[in-house]
Design a protein around this ligand. Sequence first.
Ligand code: FAD
Length: 545
Amino acid sequence: MATFDAVFVGSGINALVGAALLARDGWGVCVLERNDVAGGCIRTSHDLTLPGFTHEVLASWHPLFTGSAAYGELKDELDRRGVSYVNTDLPTGSAFPDGSAAFITGSLEGNVAEFDRLAPDDGAAWERQFNAFMANADLSFGILSTELWSGSGLALGRKALRRLGRRGLLELTGTTLLSCRDWVVGTFASEAAHGVLAPWVLHTGLGPDQASSGFMTQVIAAALQLGGMPVPVGGGVRLVEALAAIVTDAGGEVRLGADVKRILVAGGRATGVRLADGDVVAARRAVVAGVTPTQLYGALLDRSEVPAAVAEAAARFRYGRAEMQIHVALDEPPRWRGPEAERLRRCPIVHVTPGLDGVSRAVNEAERGLLPAEATIVCGQPTVLDPSRAPAGKSLLWLQLQELPQGPLKGDAAGELDTGDGTWTEELREAYADRIVGRLGAAIENLGAATLKRVALSPVELEALNPNLVGGDIYGGSCALDQNLLWRPLAAAPGHETAVAGLWHIGASTHPGPGLGAGSGYLVAKRLTRPPLTGRLLARLPGRA
Ligand SMILES: Cc1cc2nc3c(=O)[nH]c(=O)nc-3n(C[C@H](O)[C@H](O)[C@H](O)COP(=O)(O)OP(=O)(O)OC[C@H]3O[C@@H](n4cnc5c(N)ncnc54)[C@H](O)[C@@H]3O)c2cc1C
């Protein structure tokens, strides 16, 4: 029986970062992945469409990773192992049905000029909102990078109170509850400004009318200007391989085809895991599970190890809207229509959208079980940043549709497609993809003629690739306020510590939620390698560093 200091269940970004940090600290680490590739939602494929095309099957854009504390700490080691990022000064834009477009650039001056173009005074409004956000950016980003259910969370609250006073703190907390709609409409006059910001709220797992989506939109607006839209040259596989190499170079193991079926507990403490083939991997100090609460509390732990309140809360854990991916190999770069064709061509992510109300309508239709009539098309153009992803002269598109129903389909808001018994069939998937590609063809004039091959993945197929994507929810559980921040994953089991000693919960279902920021893996690794209390108290004595 193999024994390690720490055993990780799953090889998502949080597990790989957590394992790499522990391995660097001298821990013996084992990462167990059920698939035959590591990386979870980072899944680079060289054979999805045609030879020579490198597709990010799932996650593609790395601003959360390059802006993370984990990258800050691991950058030198990743650089040494060949991970290199490319970026842009024009991260995103929205293409509207009338042929107009709006953009967010990578500089304050660029955004002031662009928003002024959209409406007089909207440039000044951008500058005001950016400066106001930055004045408390340490608090806002702190909420998303601190273990909130802990002394550090309390310390963050005290810092905010000292700086802002009671009234100021109340006011700031109130504004974090705003919806995206209320924030953008209250801040900018131009509908195009609303339409370039609102689609981004989908990338936080929310809709534009939900509480706290205004705060998330502000975080994203600042992050786009400050961080751009970096991607790793050659695809996310480079990052996965480098993180795995940090683990294995330190003597650890990343085992593929290792499906964990049970977390073993003795005397109230996690002692290891049992795999589907019966093999046991023992853990001396920690078992770290990068899975959903549904799997952790409903399948991996024996029912007798789970407090009743936690089991009940886990059974009630809600999953968010489903998603579909469409990948297109193109014979030549896309040619956008309209007066902004040149800037749209240079943008790695273009949202094809009617604007704020269009996003709101499509989200609402999806929430009601319907295929949206006019979905927001997230049109990713990775070759703009990394030409190595396609053969010379060719190109590819990464299309994402984030407004699909969780659970059985009840119908089609456009009244065109037959959703049958409510399940995703191959026929329905392709018919829906036809609708999307048809609409995109109105914005990209050569889309039809240049398409060499198209591959669509329905919500069911996404879940088959990764069981954490329940029902095709790419964010590991609804990010509605009652399941986010202090309340993620469960109010009955907040944070990352669990009721079982030595068992830690990480991944998108836990704070700070989904994305490639690796926040939960980082927080747990830091917690595990924190010196004991006496050491920390001694370090605070005068004269000690
Ligand atoms: C289609 C898509 C597009 C996205 N785009 C972006 C993007 O561009 N940028 C961004 O920042 N974020 C994006 N996200 C979100 C982001 O990728 C995820 O939130 C994040 O990668 C989740 O990481 P994780 O650590 O929770 O692990 P996951 O990526 O969920 O990986 C978990 C791994 O654990 C394995 N596993 C589960 N159970 C077991 C078990 N019992 N035994 C062994 N192995 C197990 C799974 O097979 C999987 O490989 C996207 C997600 C998806 C699905």
